[in-house]
Design a protein around this ligand. Structure first.
Ligand SMILES: Cc1ncc(COP(=O)(O)O)c(C=O)c1O
Length: 414
């Protein structure tokens, strides 16, 4: 066991201010009350001032908790043999991860491209759809979040992130998630390459899209020869109960995008898992989309282990989901003036507060009293709870107590 490093919070914030952004330093200081992250294990993060926080946030990455020992062992084992690839000679690690991932996802999706972050997976799927069809239009949904790289941002529906960058990638048509005829209408007017949707829009305040509408979109897209891409970077891998939400809901999709917990909460890795038809351009010429770190052995070595662990905890996830639902219903009953709505699926829950200020106060109150949650990037009135699948009943109980206290405190201005 190595000694924990001494962490200098003050110096950290000076560096953040000097080399990243002053606003980031202020926000970080406020949330951590002057402390920074020191170490983490399971559902808990220890701060530089010795406090411990329950982590029900981490933007959905820590599904298996922090530093899961089985994942960490897989990283160490790969580190000891060959963490990087020559990219000239073939690594055996990424193909094994691809085989396991394709089996895991199912749905006849046998082709895999590995990226480092979620937006990488979005980029490749849209590129492939455009190349495979020779068409340019991509249909994206009102309120969507698909990342912030230039291509992915063209699909992301948030003026704050798009400001100063228009025109972005041309040919994106936006549709309402409430309109089952939206894709049928769009394909009559445009040459559509793909429809891209999140089955649950996590950043948009945990909005669950109607699977009957999505099924209609899939039918209409396929009739027109367009592809259907399910962005499950945040909601797949049992975050919302299923391995793939779209496939579990019986949707005929050509590609599922995964990321966040795919690296076991330790390494950054994402994947586009699709069918031969979508991947045809890469089958014809594998050089049309490459990246130095695509299929990086250290990152992809953890994928089979992470998938096994997620499956081992699948039933625990169901129990936590039920406890979360019940706990949040109680919160709503106790604080009807502050809490407008709660909704979610599996291990992803959103709480709507009366105002963005109230949501902000609850968020900071929680951090002060011992819990990290995530805000919603596109809906400031909603805070997001992302319990790890390895959380215990005691963790959920503690989360609910902290949430009730933080809500009461914020509602009374305490
Ligand atoms: C649905 C969805 N797609 C894409 C992304 C982008 O992922 P990343 O931030 O890793 O690029 C996110 C990130 O939150 C996401 O939730």
């Amino acid at each position: 066991m190595t000694e924990p490093r001494t962490v200098d919070a003050k110096e950290t914030f000076r560096r953040v201010k000097r080399h990243f952004s002053p606003a980031l330093a202020v926000a970080g200081k406020f949330t951590g009350q002057g402390a920074v992250e020191a170490s983490a294990e399971g559902c808990r993060v220890t701060l530089s001032d010795g406090r411990s926080l329950l982590d029900f946030g981490s933007y959905a990455v820590a599904l298996l908790g922090h530093r899961n020992p089985v994942v960490a062992d897989a990283v160490r084992a790969q580190l000891d043999v060959m963490p990087a690839s020559t990219r000239s000679v073939q690594t055996p690690v990424a193909p094994l991860a691809a085989e396991r991932l394709a089996e895991y996802v199912g749905g006849g999706l046998g082709r895999v491209y590995f990226g480092c972050g979620g937006a990488d997976a979005v980029e490749v799927s849209v590129k492939l759809a455009r190349m495979a069809t020779g068409r340019t239009t991509v249909i994206a949904v009102d309120g969507a979040f698909h990342g912030k790289t230039l291509g992915a941002l063209a699909l992301t529906d948030n003026p704050r992130f798009r400001a100063g960058l228009e025109p972005l990638l041309q040919g994106v048509v936006r549709v309402s998630p409430d309109d089952p005829e939206a894709v049928a209408k769009a394909v009559r007017e445009h040459d559509v390459a793909a429809v891209v949707f999140e089955p649950v829009q996590a950043e948009n305040g945990v909005r669950i899209l109607d699977s009957a509408v999505l099924a209609q979109w899939c039918r209409d897209a396929h009739e027109h020869g367009a592809f259907v891409i399910a962005d499950e970077i945040q909601v797949g891998l049992r975050r919302c109960g299923a391995r793939s939400v779209a496939l579990a809901d019986g949707l005929d999709v050509d590609c599922v995008l995964l990321g966040k917990p795919l690296g076991g909460g330790v390494l950054p890795v994402s994947a586009a898992v699709g069918n031969d038809r979508l991947f045809a351009p890469l089958l014809a010429d594998p050089m049309v989309h490459t990246a130095t770190f695509s299929g990086h052995p250290l990152s992809t070595a953890v994928i089979p282990v992470a998938l096994d662990l997620i499956e081992r905890h699948a039933e625990d996830g169901e129990r936590i989901a039920a406890a979360m639902e019940q706990g949040l219903a109680t919160l709503r009953e106790q604080h009807p003036d502050a809490v407008v709505d709660t909704r979610g699926r599996g291990l992803l829950w959103g709480i709507d507060f009366r105002s963005p200020e109230l949501a902000g106060d609850v968020l900071t109150g929680l951090a002060q009293h011992g819990m990290v949650v995530s805000p919603c990037l596109s809906r400031p009135t909603t805070i997001r709870l992302l319990p790890p699948i390895v959380a215990t009943e005691a963790d959920v109980k503690e989360a609910m107590t902290l949430l009730t206290d933080a809500t009461a405190g914020a509602a009374t201005g305490a």
